[in-house]
Design a protein. Structure first.
Length: 468
């Protein structure tokens, strides 16, 4: 088994991805039907022009955080979950794996369900309305889960090659949708449909920001293949931004034209043709392949002796539960709450630690040593987790009302939310708190590797290669 199928650091010669490879990889990874849904979720609430402005500015801002985070793995050739060990401890990084797997289950399940809907329409169109009991479930499981699983079990690198094929096709499909909306008599309705008031600017920003940072757990598993940090940063930023903004805007436009949020339904209603449904299926297979590969590497980061292909199966099967979800929008919203609350403060601490406390210097060898510099207290940095919990409390105060639970709803927090959102301030507060507390707590301790060992400077012991 090669290093690319384990969480061992990649040597320079194994980091084969240039700018275009990383760009197409993330462009392909972000060719998600859920990107359509993100724009659709606030389009009717804002109307066309506000939807367009908040989508472009919101994604450009939010994805900068993703590209910023991706540099750790691009510099050291290590997986995202391994790169979190200096901050949270050798065992504390397992929390990131839990978040990754949880988010993965949701996204894969939702995408599989949409693939099932599209495949059902394809079969009906080709076979004269053929339908049978359980057809949607069969199509969702086979096309949305089993086929991507086979691809990623064959090789993690297959995602790179698949993206190069599918991304141009899917981008052409989006262009065709725009042409159809303009020339098919829908444009006036798209631009003049009034806001129904169901969403505010800040609630739309919260959707965009939480959706964008849901990429945090996945970034390192692919960017460790980048030849240089700059390649990793700009390939990630532009790849995610181009497709993210484009798909969200087009999804919002299609929803304004039809009132539907499900891509399969509005494609059918816009009479885009059978090819559109086939392309939706193709996009799903590409996206799910990326998600399964990243989820598998996340589990391997804490269970390195497990078989790669068996791990791929383990990270896939539970996603089938979401195939039976009754409401796309409801599950979509729940996942974004999950990301904002559980992932936002965690990565806020990680970014602060890596860029402002460690100055982008970590000891790679210690990342793989349970008794090394990143052991902390039983393998867990309690200070980092304490600051994360404070950030989570901030999120609940500001955004708890999004859950619809009265216990988590605070009228004062809801009012403040309209000016600040919830996920971004929770990240900022948890990060700032950790910066202040860690500066004092670790100032006289060698715990966590913040201070030099045996008189050596940080630069002399960081990035130490691991023999493979």
């Amino acid at each position: 088994m090669t290093n690319s199928e384990t969480v061992l650091p990649l040597t320079r010669k194994e980091r084969h991805a240039g700018f275009l490879s990383i760009f197409w990889l993330w462009a392909g990874g972000n060719v998600l039907l859920t990107n359509f849904v993100s724009g659709s979720s606030y389009a009717l609430g804002l109307g066309f022009w506000p939807m367009l402005v908040i989508t472009v500015t919101g994604y450009l801002f939010a994805l900068a955080f993703c590209s910023w985070d991706s540099q750790r793995s691009a510099r050291y050739g290590i997986d995202e979950m391994v790169s979190l060990r200096p901050t949270f401890g050798y065992h504390g990084s397992i929390y990131g794996v839990v978040v990754l797997v949880g988010v993965n289950f949701g996204w894969v399940g939702i995408l599989a369900s949409l693939a099932g809907s599209a495949m059902k329409l394809v079969v009906q169109n080709l076979a004269g309305g053929l339908t049978f009991s359980g057809d949607y479930t069969l199509y969702a499981l086979v096309v949305g889960i089993v086929l991507p699983l086979i691809i990623i079990m064959f090789s993690q690198k297959a995602a790179f090659q698949l993206s190069k094929i599918t991304v141009p096709i899917l981008l052409a499909f989006v262009a065709y949708i725009v042409v159809r909306l303009v020339t098919g008599g829908y444009w006036t309705k798209v631009t003049t449909t009034p806001s129904d008031g169901s969403q505010s600017w800040m609630s739309a920003f919260e959707i965009i920001f939480a959706f964008a940072i849901s990429w945090f757990p996945y970034l390192g598993s692919w960017n460790r293949f980048a030849r240089r940090e700059r390649i990793g940063f700009w390939g990630t930023y532009l790849g995610l931004a181009v497709t993210g903004i484009l798909f969200a805007v087009v999804g919002g436009m299609a929803t304004l034209a039809t009132g539907q949020t499900d891509p399969a339904l509005w494609s059918n209603q816009l009479d885009l043709g059978l090819a559109a449904l086939v392309i939706i299926i193709l996009g799903t297979v590409t996206s799910v392949t990326h998600l399964l590969g990243s989820g598998s590497m996340g589990i391997l980061s804490v269970a390195s002796k497990w078989n790669y292909r068996w791990v791929c199966a383990i990270v896939t099967i539970p996603s089938a539960i979401f195939v039976f979800a009754t409401s796309l929008q409801e599950i979509f919203n729940i996942l974004l709450i999950f990301v904002g609350l559980l992932a936002g403060p965690y990565w806020g601490v990680a970014l602060t630690d890596y860029f402002f406390l460690r100055k982008q210097k970590i000891d790679v060898r210690a990342c793989y040593d349970p008794n090394g510099a990143y052991r902390y207290t039983g393998g867990v940095n309690l200070v980092a987790f304490g600051c994360m919990v404070v950030g989570m409390a901030v999120w609940i105060f500001l955004g708890g009302w999004l859950s619809g639970m009265s216990l988590l709803t605070f009228s004062a927090g809801e009012s403040v939310f309209q000016y600040t959102s919830a996920t971004l301030p929770s990240m900022i507060i948890s990060g700032l708190l950790y910066y202040v507390v860690a500066k004092g707590f670790f100032a006289t301790s060698t715990m966590g590797g913040y201070r030099p060992v045996s008189g050596r400077a940080d630069g002399e012991r960081t990035g130490t290669p691991v023999r493979t």
